[in-house]
Design a protein around this ligand. Structure first.
Ligand SMILES: [Mg+2]
Length: 358
């Protein structure tokens, strides 16, 4: 019996802020861009459940959030701090699992097949993990349990906030049948609309239909939709503990085409990424630049090195080069980001310095 869990922290960034600023507990609180009294231009990253009562949601423009609740606590995103809290949480989770795959700063799949004898054991085990995180870090999470990653993920969605949801193998069909297509993991708005137009409203409708019809409409992706709607997912939990990438972004105060402004931002963001990389003792292989234009179209471009590097110039120079080779000069830029990935432990320099100390 395969038993997979998804552990997902509740309203993570705001919860981290509550840890160090207990005065905001129980109040509407928002982590995201600076609202600048309603003139701010970024978005809400995370908000507390109290903020949600005013209609505030993550991904919403920060100016809209300000209009809905100007008295909320607005706080800037502090990635370094959240990554540190995340490290503490997932080293606890790791103690409970043979394999753990961290998928974002606040989410990880674990395979507990060898640790529990039955699904009911698994629910008890999830309670232990949840309690241990709460006791040792002080934060709440939700846990979904199922026979594969897909079901664990969807079970976790239905467990939020602060819950545990178990979906046994023989319950998968019933669990999925009533779920709206838009709530299926990995299905975007356009696909949802096309599926609705074909007469499908729930995952149960898709599961019962012919895979050929989905293949004709969507190609190979249609077959994947059909498999997912039937709760089939054979992918393994791949052991990966820690962060996969480090990135920083900046929204300009007003849309810009000015090279000094852009190049200063690229250098500044590269420096921030570099500091974080060095603090974590990591080297990178890939640099990615993200450009978001004033019309909200987005462009990503990456370059990879053969060997890992931990070099500030390597980040900054590549960021500038990538920017110049992909920029559409006719459009002004709203937001820009620099990210490094392909992270590995950095060893080179350590050896040299340990020689020098002796
Ligand atoms: Mg979360």
């Amino acid at each position: 019996m395969r038993t997979i869990m998804l552990i997902d922290m509740d309203y993570f960034f705001v919860a981290c802020e509550e840890l160090r600023r207990p005065e905001i507990i129980g109040r509407p609180a928002i982590v995201g861009a600076d609202p600048k009294e309603g003139k701010g231009r970024g978005v809400v990253s995370t908000c507390s459940y109290e903020a949600r009562k005013y209609g505030i949601r993550s991904g919403m423009p920060i100016s809209t959030a300000y209009r809905l609740m100007p008295d909320a606590f607005f706080m800037p995103v502090d990635d370094t701090y959240y990554e540190e809290v995340s490290g503490r949480i997932f080293s606890i989770v790791k103690e409970y699992a043979a394999r753990m795959e961290q998928v974002s700063v606040d989410e990880a799949f674990i395979d507990v097949s060898g640790k529990v004898g039955s699904y009911d054991d698994a629910a008890v085990y999830a309670g232990l993990i949840k309690g241990d995180i709460l006791k040792r870090v002080g934060l709440k999470c939700s846990i979904g349990i199922g026979p594969n990653k897909l079901i664990a993920k969807m079970a976790c969605e239905s467990a939020k906030p602060n819950g545990i949801r178990l979906v046994k193998e023989n319950e998968v069909r019933d669990f999925l049948s009533g779920i709206r297509i838009g709530d299926m993991h990995g299905v975007g708005g356009k696909t949802e609309a096309r599926l609705n137009a074909m007469g499908y409203k729930t995952l149960g409708d898709i599961a019962a239909s012919s895979p050929v019809r989905l293949f004709t409409e969507f190609g190979a992706y249609g077959l994947e939709i059909h498999r997912n709607a039937n709760g089939i997912d054979d992918s393994e939990v791949v052991d990966y503990h820690g962060i996969k990438s480090i990135g920083r972004e900046k929204t300009f105060d007003s849309d810009t085409k000015k090279w000094d402004e852009i190049s200063n931002a690229l250098r500044f963001l590269s420096g921030e990424v570099f500091d974080e990389l060095r603090r974590k003792g990591m080297a990178f292989r890939t640099v990615t630049v993200k450009i978001r234009y004033s019309d909200f179209t987005e462009h990503l471009k990456s370059a990879s090195l053969v060997h890992g590097s931990q070099d500030m110039e390597g980040i900054a120079k590549n960021a500038v080069k990538l920017f110049n080779s992909s920029r559409n000069g006719d459009k002004s830029i709203r937001k820009i980001g620099v990210r490094v990935s392909g992270l590995i432990a950095y060893k080179g320099q350590k050896k040299i310095s340990s020689f020098m100390v002796n």
